[in-house]
Design a protein around this ligand. Structure first.
Ligand code: FAD
Length: 386
């Protein structure tokens, strides 16, 4: 077992750090304040390959492992959590097309998506189907060589500013087996977008409701076979959960870095805060938990990369743990900054607002526990999960 990053991983990490420092971090506060979706910067990330991290090289992707991708996304999240989280969703949706789409669809859609010239949204959630995603009701009825789509998707990241909607729709029976995945052109007739929802964080990316009114989608836009949509959506989320956990870890690392500097600079009672053991212990606990969270993410990524049959359990564990730790570390960092941490002049409060949603989306942390417990209770030997 070797925990040292390879030369290639270190090189990717360096490129991502430079991009994050130069193109993301200096603008993150303004994007948050003014709700700016930085599409041009995402396209720049695409030029570096960051919009097709684990798409195959044959279609223009970097063809990286989930572990490599996580190393890159962590660096990006240190600069802007919200923008990186969108890049991660775009990567997930694009990889679903690249992995499960038919060759013509891949050839037509993937090059621009991978280059970041076009963007994709992942559309699973509906007003009445959140945690119970398999109960989704958006209907797609076959009419000749088109599906006619009717229904509503809720809380869709990037909606209104993206080009392709990777949408899970119902083409058959109730439950997961009646769900199909379509790559719907975002400007198709009959699509209506709601207003950009007012959120606590993630302000550098829009979140909207999408209503489909008799939207005609050619069958050529189907990703995978009819009835495979839920499986494809869940495969996407295995990787997505690693990515979101990674965004939490990167953000928390940025908060920890700032806390160390602040403790050494800020003086109270005639000495630096860093001299107080209570605060030293806080810093030690933050760093310890963060290392554990990062290693869980990397373990889960390794399990996905190696096709481990228990990969879903590991990604659920890693997502739950890393997003909880990520939030806690940011909150502790704000506390260490005292009143200044509460001010918008410092990024601590933004880190908290941005990281908070990671405990909710891509499956809430309660649903992660459902996934883990369900599997544990069916396993004959719990030592298969180590
Ligand atoms: C900013 C933002 C962006 C998002 N982006 C996207 C996107 O791009 N694409 C997309 O498809 N979705 C997206 N979502 C939706 C997100 O995935 C859902 O909000 C999430 O899955 C939870 O669904 P819900 O909000 O309907 O909550 P509910 O499912 O109604 O859950 C409410 C509460 O009940 C708990 N709960 C529910 N069932 C159980 C159970 N069986 N046991 C224990 N507890 C349970 C939940 O954990 C939660 O605490 C986004 C959400 C947000 C907030």
């Amino acid at each position: 077992m070797n925990y040292t990053l390879t030369e290639d991983q270190t090189a990717f990490q360096d490129v991502a750090r430079q991009f994050s420092d130069k193109a993301l971090a200096p603008h993150a506060a303004e994007w948050d304040d003014s709700k700016i979706f930085p599409k041009a910067v995402i396209a720049e990330a695409g030029e570096l390959g960051f919009c097709g991290l684990y798409c195959p090289e044959a279609v223009g992707g970097l063809g990286l492992s989930r572990l490599d991708a996580s190393i890159i996304l962590e660096q990006l999240a240190m600069g802007c959590t919200s923008t990186t989280a969108f890049i991660s969703i775009h990567n997930m949706a694009t990889a679903m097309i690249a992995t499960f789409g038919h060759p013509e669809l891949i050839e037509r859609l993937c090059p621009d998506l991978i280059a970041g010239k076009k963007l994709a949204s992942y559309c699973l959630t509906e007003p009445g189907a959140g945690s119970d995603a398999a109960s989704l009701r958006t209907q797609a009825v076959l009419d000749g060589d088109h599906y006619v789509v009717n229904g509503t998707k809720m809380f869709i990241s990037g909606a209104g500013a993206t080009d392709t909607l990777v949408a899970m729709v119902r083409t058959g029976e109730s439950g997961p087996k009646g769900i199909t995945c379509l790559a719907i052109p975002a400007d198709a007739d009959g699509i209506e977008y709601g207003s950009n929802l007012n959120k606590m964080g993630w302000n550098s990316q829009p979140t909207r409701e999408i209503v489909f009114n008799d939207v005609r989608v050619p069958v050529t836009e189907r990703v995978g076979e009819e009835g495979e949509g839920f499986k494809i959506a869940m495969k996407g989320l295995d990787g997505g959960r690693i990515n979101i956990g990674t965004c939490s870890v990167g953000t928390a690392q940025a908060a920890l870095n700032r806390s160390k500097v602040y403790l050494q600079e800020r003086q109270q009672f005639g000495e630096p805060l860093a001299n107080f053991q209570a605060l030293q212990f806080k810093l030690a606990d933050m760093a310890t938990e963060l290392v554990a969270a990062r290693q869980m993410i990397r373990l889960a990524a390794f399990k996905v990369d190696s096709g481990d049959p228990e990969a879903t359990v590991y990604t659920a564990m890693a997502k739950r743990f890393s997003t909880d730790v990520g939030f806690r570390v940011c909150n502790d960092a704000l506390q260490l900054h005292g009143g200044y941490g509460y001010m918008r002049e410092y990024p601590l409060e933004r880190y908290i607002r941005d990281n908070r949603v990671h405990q909710i989306l891509e499956g809430t942390n309660e649903i992660m526990r459902v996934i883990i417990a369900r599997r544990l209770l069916t396993l004959a030997d719990l030592e298969n999960i180590t």
